[in-house]
Design a protein around this ligand. Structure first.
Ligand code: AMP
Length: 208
């Protein structure tokens, strides 16, 4: 089953994608993670994407599409996958169809902007991909990743001014995807506030 997770930056897409992926036994494809890794490794894609990611802007479609195709070529998506952070625009949604990656459903996690700004200030991440929050999902030992033991950091693009730009970009360019998937009869929206486990149950119920 191919699922798309929609929602503002900081809506919990990444955390919920990992939980849902375990339940469904499919991989998570996160274009944000792929781009951050490419930037760390200073690959050609990373070098071209860096200035956009740092500024909280969308990376041009051609670069993201290249990154996505490279990841999907890995071959582990035969039984489906969860797409976290792709598509971000209607052009990207159409590109997915052209690549024959047609999502069965798009799950939208709804969180008010005012909550998002608070959430992102407390987000802590690890290079291994694990994501924590100092209040709602703290690691067992402060500042240390539960999964691999490395030191946790804040994402550079979680700075308040960059968060505001990412929210602006979300409303302008990504939110219209809800209408796109609704018109295709594929949209399911869930309330994304409250306990992480409860949100996960809401998402699973939305699949039923
Ligand atoms: P995320 O981890 O999903 O919040 O993505 C972090 C950043 O990566 C975004 O602010 C964009 O700069 C870039 N990015 C991730 N996915 C996409 C995409 N599908 N299209 C364009 N830019 C993207």
């Amino acid at each position: 089953m191919i699922l798309v997770l929609l929602g503002a930056p900081g809506s919990g897409k990444g955390t919920q994608a990992v939980m849902l992926a375990k339940t469904l036994s499919v991989p998570v494809i996160s274009t944000g993670d792929i781009l951050r890794q490419a930037i760390r490794e200073q690959t050609d894609i990373g070098k071209r994407a860096k200035e956009y990611v740092d500024a909280g802007k969308l990376v041009p479609d051609g670069i993201v599409a290249e990154a996505l195709k490279g990841r999907i070529a890995g071959g582990d998506c035969r039984n489906g996958c969860i797409l976290d952070g792709f598509p971000r625009t209607i052009v990207q949604a159409e590109l997915l169809e052209e690549l024959d990656i047609s999502p069965e459903l798009a799950l939208s996690i709804e969180v008010p902007d005012s909550d998002i700004e608070t959430r992102m200030a407390g987000r802590r991440v690890c290079a291994c991909g694990a994501v924590f929050h100092i209040e709602s999902n703290p690691p067992a030992a402060e500042g240390i990743c539960d999964r691999c033991g490395a030191a946790l950091t804040s994402r550079a693009d979680d700075r308040p001014e960059t968060v505001r730009e990412r929210l602006r970009v979300y409303h302008e360019q990504s939110e219209p995807l809800k209408g796109y998937y609704e018109r295709h009869g594929k949209l399911r929206s869930v309330v994304g506030t409250g306990d992480i486990g409860e949100i996960s149950v809401r998402l699973q119920n939305a699949l039923a």
